[in-house]
Design a protein around this ligand. Structure first.
Ligand code: FUB
Length: 643
């Protein structure tokens, strides 16, 4: 599994693949899941020190538990007034939203805000304090920490239970689990902490929640002397207990990873357990990675044990790379290996010897005519892979790839629509290593080729096919009906990255948008219309609810007056020539040639920079652009360069 970016990946475990992440607290705010993990790093000051090391917190978010956005750093150790700026002790956090409530004497802060709770090493003294950082909204650049830690709560792993009795309760760890009511201001304890009685054995990392009038206190627990942590839980009728131990939610990690730490949410009528393991750091278990699996309750409210999976949750979009190394089942001596033991973030490959097979549940080609299989494969001799998709089966003749990774496209009879389990078996003789597989309508890469330095003019109809395209910016629009002029102007004229209206990027240049690094790609479209949706899919990026930037250069041998920009886009778009807005295509549009025309404009002699922004909601996205003259004839006496 090769790491592209944290965005646009199907939800297999681990779910965060651009950095280490641990102690995941997931919360649902306004229908979106936000993930607040610890951020494990290798110590920058003592790389040999084999202990926890964390300097900041990133927030991640997802609409579907499949595509995760890294929203960047929300708090750093240098920001904490009472914390040691070189303490590297930003352990397990939590974040809750306190809705706007009635004002009272101490409710200065009780006002529709997000409260982020975190442990940190104090500037002076030992141990951990628990801090609170506050934000009016999750995307203000950073959370603002309070000047002091919470008085009376020394320890780690804070968790806030917002109970149906209207109160908030702070639980925390540190050799035992304690709980205290919080005042309405959410930053002070309202009464003395109480210790919660739990079975013998080390406990930490409390996560408390309420369901059907019952309170659950869940916690990592070392149940055996000399053992490692499993996840356990206790139940009560009251938020502060007493709690009665009920059993195990997840057994100890089989590979000896000492910690586990978790949270539990209900999202779209399904419960989920977020937890961590050390999948990207097999020989150092303090560099961990967040995973998610489904969780189920019994009728009496007790929790069924969760078996950790590689497959994770959700339905995998088979147009994107299906990472079969995150299999649901494996057999016939098939196994997985890391791509590169010097860089574990490059992920895994599946080794399929003769007779080996893997099964990967729940894939959807999302097409009524998927008839191309692309396998990223490495072999030394030709072999045959059998692909099964539900009841459908086809044999894939895999050529020898001389021991190199190759993307092999194979046309097959139309595959079934809808969600099916995928099975890949090696029925040939030679061993094959498989990175991933996609099921698409047509061969991958058909929509674009890398831009070359070769001379290029508009195509026979004047369409411009050479573009710099920026990886999609997250714009979670659930419908295209919002694409009215006022909304579009606001979205298109907002600054997402410095130099947005002036820069002439090169392929490979990166910009940071909302804390996320996005790359410019220099491409040539194989069709008159630039298929942005395919661009996103091909890069395994988010393709729905996004905004694209496109830039190109039209080099004219002479001034060309009285031309018009003629564009079509799906969905809305805005276009600027040499920094001036020339066209806005608003509304819920389909891509139609020459759908909108600019007023008369002049293409100056030499370089003209054409810039476009295209936004989509839940549908496809593409655009076509050309210049036409007074007679409606395409302008072709220019060259398209990217510099
Ligand atoms: O991440 C540091 C510590 O490891 C956490 O605070 C504990 O819960 C354990 O996961």
């Amino acid at each position: 599994m090769l790491l592209g970016s944290v965005l646009g990946m199907n939800a297999q475990n681990p779910i965060i693949r651009n950095q280490y992440s641990a102690d995941p607290t997931a919360r649902v705010f306004n229908g979106r899941v936000y993930l607040f993990p610890s951020h494990d790093i290798i110590s920058p000051v003592e790389p040999e020190r084999k202990w926890f090391c964390m300097a900041d917190y990133h927030m991640f978010s997802s609409n579907d538990l499949m595509d995760w956005t890294d929203n960047g750093v929300i708090l750093s150790q240098e920001d904490v007034p009472w914390g040691n700026p070189k303490g590297f002790a930003m352990w397990a956090p939590d974040c809750v939203f306190k809705p706007e409530g009635p004002q009272s004497a101490n409710s200065r802060l009780n006002n529709g805000k997000y409260y982020f709770y975190f442990p940190d090493a104090p500037k002076e003294g030992r141990g951990f304090g628990i801090g609170v950082a506050i934000a009016d909204n999750l995307f203000q650049p950073k959370f603002v920490p309070q000047p002091t830690p919470i008085q009376g709560a020394m320890g780690i792993d804070p968790c806030v239970l917002q109970a149906s009795d209207g109160n908030s309760y702070l639980f925390w760890g540190g050799g035992m689990i304690q709980v205290a009511k919080l005042k309405d201001n959410m930053v002070e304890l309202d009464g003395k902490p109480e210790r919660i009685t739990l079975p013998k054995g080390f406990v930490e990392g409390p996560f408390a929640f309420e369901r059907n009038g019952k309170f659950y206190l869940t916690y990592p627990w070392v149940r055996k002397d000399g053992g490692t942590e499993c996840l356990a839980y206790a139940m009560s009728d009251k938020p502060m207990g007493p709690y009665e131990h009920k059993g195990i939610i997840m057994a100890e990690h089989p590979n000896g990873c000492w910690t586990n730490h978790h949270s539990i949410i209900e999202f779209k009528d399904q419960w989920y357990l977020f937890y961590h393991n050390n999948a990207y750091s097999p020989s150092f278990d303090k560099n961990r990675s967040v995973c998610v699996d489904s969780l189920f309750f019994n009728a009496d409210g007790t929790i069924q044990e969760v078996k950790p999976t590689l497959r994770g949750v959700g339905i995998t979009d088979a147009r994107k790379a299906v990472q079969i190394d995150r299999y649901s089942e494996i057999g016939g001596k098939a196994h997985i290996e890391y791509h590169d033991t010097l860089n574990y973030f490059l992920g895994w490959k599946t080794v399929l010897p003769k007779g080996g097979w893997v099964k990967y549940n729940r894939v959807d080609p999302k097409s009524s005519s998927a008839q191309n299989v692309c396998v990223r494969v490495k072999t030394t001799a030709a072999t045959i892979l059998k692909l099964q998709l539900g009841a459908y089966a086809t044999n894939l003749n895999i050529p020898a790839t001389k021991g190199e990774w190759k993307e092999v496209n194979i046309a097959v009879k139309a595959m079934p629509q809808g969600v099916n389990d995928l099975k890949l078996s090696n029925i040939g003789v030679a061993q094959a290593e498989v990175d991933w597989i996609t099921l698409t309508e047509s061969p991958r890469e058909q929509y674009f080729t890398p831009a070359t330095a070769a001379a290029m003019t508009p195509d026979k109809d004047g369409f411009i096919r050479r573009w710099m395209l920026l990886e999609p910016i997250d714009k979670p629009n659930r419908s295209n009906t919002v694409f009215v002029d006022t909304y579009l102007r606001e979205q298109f004229t907002k600054e997402y990255f410095p130099g947005q209206m002036t820069v002439l990027p090169k392929g490979g240049d990166k910009v940071t948008v909302d804390g996320k690094s996005l790359t410019w790609h220099a491409l040539e479209s194989t069709r008159f219309n630039v298929k942005l949706f395919r661009f996103a899919t091909g890069l395994e990026k988010q393709e729905y609810g996004v905004l694209f930037w496109a830039v190109t250069v039209i080099d004219c041998p002479e001034e060309i007056k009285d031309v018009r920009l003629a564009a079509g886009s799906n969905s809305a778009s805005m276009w600027w020539l040499n920094g001036e807005e020339v066209l806005l295509l608003s509304g819920d549009r389909r891509m139609v040639k020459d759908d909108g025309l600019s007023p008369r404009i002049t293409l100056k002699k030499g370089r003209n920079i054409l810039r476009g922004a295209i936004i989509n909601g839940p549908g496809m996205s593409d655009f076509c652009v050309r210049f036409i003259d007074e007679k409606g004839e395409p302008v072709k006496n220019c060259s398209i360069t990217l510099k």
